[in-house]
Design a binder for this molecule. Sequence first.
Ligand code: TXA
Ligand code: MG
Length: 320
Amino acid sequence: MVRIASATPETIAEAAAVIKNGGLLGLPTETVYGLAANALDGRAVARIFEAKGRPSFNPLIIHVAKPEDAMAFGVFNDAAKEMMAAFWPGPLTMILPRTADCPVSDLASAGLPTLAIRCPAHPVARAVIEAAGVPVAAPSANTSGRLSPTTPQHVAESLGDAVDMILAAGAASVGLESTVLDLTGEAPVILRPGAVTPEDVARVLGITPAIDDGQHEAPKSPGQLLRHYAPRTPVRLNATTLEDGEAYLAFGPSLMGRNLPDMHKRNLSEQGDLAEAAANLFGYMHALDGAGCKGIAVAPIPDTGLGIAINDRLVRAARG
Ligand code: TXA
Ligand code: MG
């Protein structure tokens, strides 16, 4: 069995050693758990792709301990500097041109001239990266195409012995992967909605970014090509009634599903709070997916603010 260790100064030092030695680490971040390896070490990065069953054309996000550390790897234009000041450390990934002498493994960025970079807010993630002394490549720590992990147990269930160690720091507080913002073009484009919303970007840059969900000929984010966030159980969205045999994922005060057994229902947020719903989403999908129902009916979620990111993941789950 893979070792799951609670984060302490000692286990953080051990985790940093796993990274330095070319190993794979289950790393807590505020968004989801990552599968982390030394981004400068092509062989370590190759192990990430192998463990996840991830196609090698799909590039990884590079994580740094301090915002300014990112300047060695990506070329920051004015917009990128403003976004960095406003949202790092935090759940924002920026797509930027690679610096001329960028030492990050080409495999990590799938041979692209651009790089996805993020400075996570989680103190454990930052401490591990700082102690490792190298940038860390980390996709979500799940088998490619499946639900992202928000707890150390999800990581163990999905990847098991393919990981050298899992550092545990409770459930991820945001619960959805970071916003991916492409700043390499004329105007900012959101390639993956997340906790940094289009309104947040507009407030800082003065331009409302387009959202490109990749459902067209030439997706900008290779990850958009793939089936994503798919539970095994079929998902039905915007459900206002329940069919026989379905589990129910509610949002807000709801009497629907009151006759279902507890294991067949969850409420993302009784109060209708989108941040609470985002934090609960993947954990509840994991739980209902394991309940053996013929389908999962999901209540309508408002498509504003953080609801845009929640609906993005739900639409992909339903498409799977
Ligand atoms: O919250 C997160 O971002 C988590 C935690 C662990 O930090 N990581 C994560 O990584 O979600 P991953 O690999 O599951 O998603 C990265 C996304 C993929 O859709 C990938 O295609 C896209 O970012 N991406 C990476 N590099 C890119 C690039 N150079 N250009 C466009 N998209 C890129
Ligand atoms: Mg992922």
